[in-house]
Design a binder for this molecule. Structure first.
Ligand code: NAI
Ligand code: MG
Length: 367
């Protein structure tokens, strides 16, 4: 049976970068015999315009039945005044929630050609390849009680960090599985020195390790120290696993080690389906970039790399994923840059479609 891929381009630059991903998918189908059953549907403002809500029930069903979902971006000024319940972002949140995507994977990879694009020294980030696994569906963003309450004469704002053993164990398993396919190292980050939920986090990660993954090297670090180490010497890490709040911050820090928002892919994974593959949603980290939408300036690489993550984590096509990454590195090494990657002294930027075409041509050269 062909692999089922549901494509949701969304709004703004979403459809523009997704057009380039389609070229890459077509190339792999024609030249490498990868059989995908690709279906395209609406999400975000694009879905609201047609259905009056940011994700139709039929689209949700298709997402549940797909081997992987690839999303562009949602949102834009046109939708800013909509009621909260039908805002474009709600479409994305519904996908994450109903697919129960609890493990958010954010790689930080330094492409050789962009090693001097970083604000850090070249020897600190050259060759960097780490993965942050952030718990995405629990923790302080969801815990009860929450709210702003009156206490005597003043207001108090309350949020609750709450994790069950099961929630910690399942994201820990995702991290250990990933590490086994990489360099076999996991660093777990929490604040066990000041938070009970952190003590439980540390204990459960250690227990899952000892019982199921004793072959993986496990270390623990306080999340604030982890932030320092990420900037000081990021290459000490392979896989980092952490909670929703710390992961939100640490993954943004890690993202900027290497450069532009236009280069950053992500994956959100859930429990294994009947075929053994995890439920999965792949998307670039960036949003719909209304300031450049329609100008041909969007960098399609973040979305193309998100498809690369789908090749690796949903479809088991490791060689093809590696080929795609090499092609992107080679195109950058040729000096091709979209506007977001321009540095002093660079030549003219290439457009969104020129970048997509160059990557496809390079795939042909390298294959
Ligand atoms: P944004 O990520 O869309 O843009 C931030 C800046 O980075 C802009 O200057 C933009 O031009 C640039 N940029 C982003 N992606 C780029 C790319 N591929 N190539 C070149 N430059 C790129 O974030 P912003 O401006 O805060 O939000 C814009 C809209 O996107 C809002 O409606 C927001 O709610 C939505 N959004 C959606 C997300 C999603 O779909 N996952 C995530 C973040 C924001
Ligand atoms: Mg963030």
């Amino acid at each position: 049976m062909p692999d089922k891929l549901l494509i949701l381009p969304g709004d703004g630059i979403g459809p523009e970068v997704m057009t380039e991903v389609r070229k890459v998918i077509d190339w792999f189908a024609a030249e490498k015999g990868l059989a995908f059953e690709v279906e395209e549907d609406l999400v975000g403002g694009a879905a609201y315009d047609v259905h009056g809500k940011p994700l139709a029930d039929e689209t949700m069903e298709k997402a549940q039945a797909a081997d992987a979902v690839l999303l562009g971006a949602v949102g834009g000024p046109k939708y800013d005044k909509l009621d909260f319940s039908v805002k474009p972002e709600r479409g994305l949140l519904r996908l994450r929630k109903e697919m129960d995507l609890f493990a958010n994977l954010r790689p930080a990879v330094c492409f050789d050609a962009l090693a001097d694009f970083s604000s850090l020294k070249k020897d600190v980030i050259g060759g960097l390849d780490i993965m942050i696994v952030r718990e995405l569906t629990s923790g302080v963003y969801f815990g009860e009680p929450r709210g702003i309450f009156k206490e005597g004469n003043e207001r108090v704002g309350i949020n609750t960090q709450r994790y069950t053993e099961g929630e910690i164990a399942r994201v820990a398993r995702s991290a250990f599985e990933l590490a086994r396919a990489r360099n076999n190292k996991v660093c777990s980050m929490e604040k066990a020195n000041v938070m009970e939920s952190g003590i439980l986090w540390r204990d459960v990660v250690q227990e899952v390790h000892d019982a199921e993954y004793p072959d993986v090297e496990l270390t623990h670090m306080y999340a604030d120290a982890g932030g320092m180490q990420l900037v000081r010497w990021p290459k000490q890490f392979d896989v980092i696993v952490t909670d929703n709040l710390f992961g939100d911050m640490l993954s943004d820090v890690a993202a900027m080690l290497t450069g532009s928002l236009g280069m950053l892919p992500s994956a959100s994974l859930g429990l294994p389906m009947a075929n053994g593959r995890p439920k999965a949603l792949y998307e670039p980290v960036h949003g719909s970039a209304p300031d450049i939408a329609g100008t041909g300036k969007a960098n399609p690489i973040a979305c193309i790399l998100s498809f690369g993550m789908a090749l690796r984590y949903s479809f088991g096509k490791l060689d093809e994923a590696a080929l795609l990454e090499r092609a992107i590195d080679a195109v950058l090494a040729d000096g091709k840059r979209t506007a977001d990657l321009m540095q002093a002294g660079d030549k003219q930027p290439v457009s969104t479609s020129e970048m997509g075409d160059a990557i496809v041509a390079k795939l042909g050269e390298l294959a």
